[in-house]
Design a protein around this ligand. Structure first.
Ligand code: FE2
Length: 557
């Protein structure tokens, strides 16, 4: 049975394909259409499908549209009609949104060239998030925490799962959305609504105590629950003025200077979020007697909060998928339809992030030739790359299947030397053009992680850059380029099993320098991460990257 999962409702449009219960591939549309997050977050476009992602999934599996047995869309308009709070946005927007949703099946039928009837499924959004975390986790039983912007109506949802059954327990409907609050605060601080990770980075420079009292009013946290006041989120009224009264002026644009009180706002937001999420974690622990916790939803990308959850010890085992944000719901929705329709067991515990397109050596050489460039073949690309990195070069490392999720995890990565404090500036000037305050993340050989980072118990999710442990104090001056202001780092653990070639590269760097760590930042410059060899070449040529290594094909500037 072939089931196609689609996320298209808000943003991070994506497609995933399950064949007989096995996850075969998953990819985000942004990597093909080269628009960050694939499309605008807009009330008028939930019917805009990730067409290229869908086509690629079919091609990858050697299927045609006729071979697809079921289509799963990770949002349920029925739930929305039942529970939607009109206080969030305007009634005419909601009307348009629902009308567009009523076109979704027709769009799918047009795309597939046939009627789908009962083979088209609307799957609840947070159930899809939950499935995307639980089934790959390999846990037989688990408590599930969704922390999100909004699903149909909920910001957060608690659930429990056993076997192939996921049961929602409780929802925190609008306005109780931590994801929305981060969107609002990102905008308030002059970033785009998508830039929660910038706010998270900025928080390390601030003093949470400055606005602690104010944020206690915005997010009221109890022992095992929280409530967000609607005064500051949603589209009605001038909520920004109210915020300004409370915490001082924000920034209208990214070009305005960042002042210390902006960092204090970010720090207080991070602290309040940690407290709210911890309260939910305690609630879940009380409701579901298990040691296993799965986390999904956009807020699950907050590696600082994840670290707090792990350190709390409420749950012994934690799993967060590589794509906890909306893209992951494409996988979850398909898996839920499988469980409801197919007697074959669903493949569980399979949690690789490397689910996207791979390109052959011939593809790579064709791209190099058509760009009129000269390359050389390396007998040991890992060793060659390690040497260049140790010599202070920025190396673009392109290999194998593209990552599913927002982080580059060693298959579409820019790598550099963490021993050099100046490397952050060099990366920013030559390629990334990011704000100076933002940290760069490290990748470490998993077997050496505990010597360098206070990682705690290793989980599969440590391979997806989802936690921010402290760098061991006595190691900080050895790897200054990746230590954030607060002494932490959003580290990726790399094992030989999960990514042998990337592991080989870091091993070679270790052998040469005594440091089992490299800087790993995504291979892009202010656009989606590169997908094809030609994307890689375009970014290589227009930036100051010193070398591009695609499999064993090496290009130098
Ligand atoms: Fe979501």
């Amino acid at each position: 049975m072939n089931i196609l999962g689609i996320n298209a409702v808000y943003h991070e449009s994506a497609a995933a394909l399950l064949i007989d219960g096995k996850l075969v591939c998953a990819v985000e549309e942004e990597r093909f259409n080269r628009i960050k997050h694939a499309k605008e977050a807009h009330f008028d476009n939930p019917h805009q499908f990730p067409e290229r992602a869908i086509r690629w999934c079919l091609k990858h599996a050697g299927l045609t549209a006729d071979d697809i047995d079921h289509v799963a869309y990770s949002f349920d308009p029925k739930l929305r009609r039942k529970r939607f709070d009109p206080d969030w946005w305007f009634p005419q927007w909601e009307e348009t949104f629902l009308l567009r949703l009523s076109q979704v099946q027709g769009v799918a039928e047009e795309l597939f060239g046939r009627k789908l009837g009962q083979k088209f499924h609307f799957v609840p959004h947070h159930l899809s998030h939950a499935a995307s975390a639980f089934f790959p986790s390999g846990f037989e039983r688990a408590a599930i925490l969704n922390i999100d912007g909004i699903g149909e109506a909920a910001g957060s949802e608690l659930a429990k799962a056993e076997g192939t059954r996921i049961t929602p327990l409780e929802t925190f409907d609008y306005p109780h959305s931590l994801g929305f609050l981060w969107e609002v605060m990102s905008g308030y601080l002059g970033f785009s609504h998508y830039d929660a990770s910038k706010v998270m980075g900025l928080a390390a420079y601030g003093n949470a105590a400055t606005f602690r009292h104010q944020f206690e009013q915005i997010i009221r946290v109890g022992n095992d629950d929280y409530a967000v006041t609607p005064d500051y989120i949603g589209f009605h009224g001038n909520k920004m003025d109210k915020l300004a009264e409370m915490v001082g002026p924000g920034r209208y644009t990214e070009t305005e200077p960042l002042l210390p009180h902006h960092a204090d706002i970010a720090a207080a937001l991070q602290e309040a979020t940690d407290a709210a999420v911890l309260a939910l974690v305690r609630r879940l622990k009380r409701k579901v007697g298990t040691d296993n916790l799965c986390i999904a939803g956009g807020v699950a990308l907050n590696c600082v909060t994840n670290e707090v959850i792990q350190k709390s010890g409420e749950f012994k085992n934690i799993f967060i998928p590589s794509a906890p944000h909306d893209a992951g719901t494409a996988i979850g929705a398909a898996m839920l339809v499988h469980c409801a329709r197919d007697k074959k067991p669903l493949q569980r515990g399979h949690c690789t992030p490397y689910l996207g397109p791979a390109y052959s050596r011939r593809d790579i050489l064709t791209a190099v030739n058509s760009a009129g460039l000269k390359s050389r073949q390396s007998k040991s690309p890992a060793r060659d790359a390690a040497k260049m990195i140790a010599d202070g070069k920025i190396v673009a490392w392109f290999q194998g299947r593209m990552e599913f999720g927002p982080r580059a995890l060693g298959n579409r990565s820019l790598l550099a030397d963490p021993r050099r404090p100046e490397m952050r500036n060099i990366l920013n000037q030559k390629v990334k053009h990011r704000e100076d305050f933002r940290p760069f993340a490290p990748s470490v050989m998993a077997e050496h992680a505990d010597d360098w980072f206070e990682t705690g118990k290793h989980t599969a999710s440590h391979e997806f850059m989802l936690f921010a442990p402290r760098v061991k104090p006595d190691r900080r001056d050895r790897i200054p380029a990746i230590v954030h202001q607060d002494g932490t780092a959003r580290v990726q653990l790399v094992s030989r099993k999960s990514n042998p070639r990337f592991h080989e590269l870091i091993s070679a760097f270790h052998a040469r320098t005594g440091v089992p760590v490299v800087i790993n930042t995504s291979f892009n410059d202010s656009e989606p991460i590169v997908c094809t060899p030609m994307d890689a070449i375009v970014t290589f040529r227009k930036s100051g990257i010193d070398a591009l290594v695609m499999d064993d094909v090496v290009l130098t500037a």
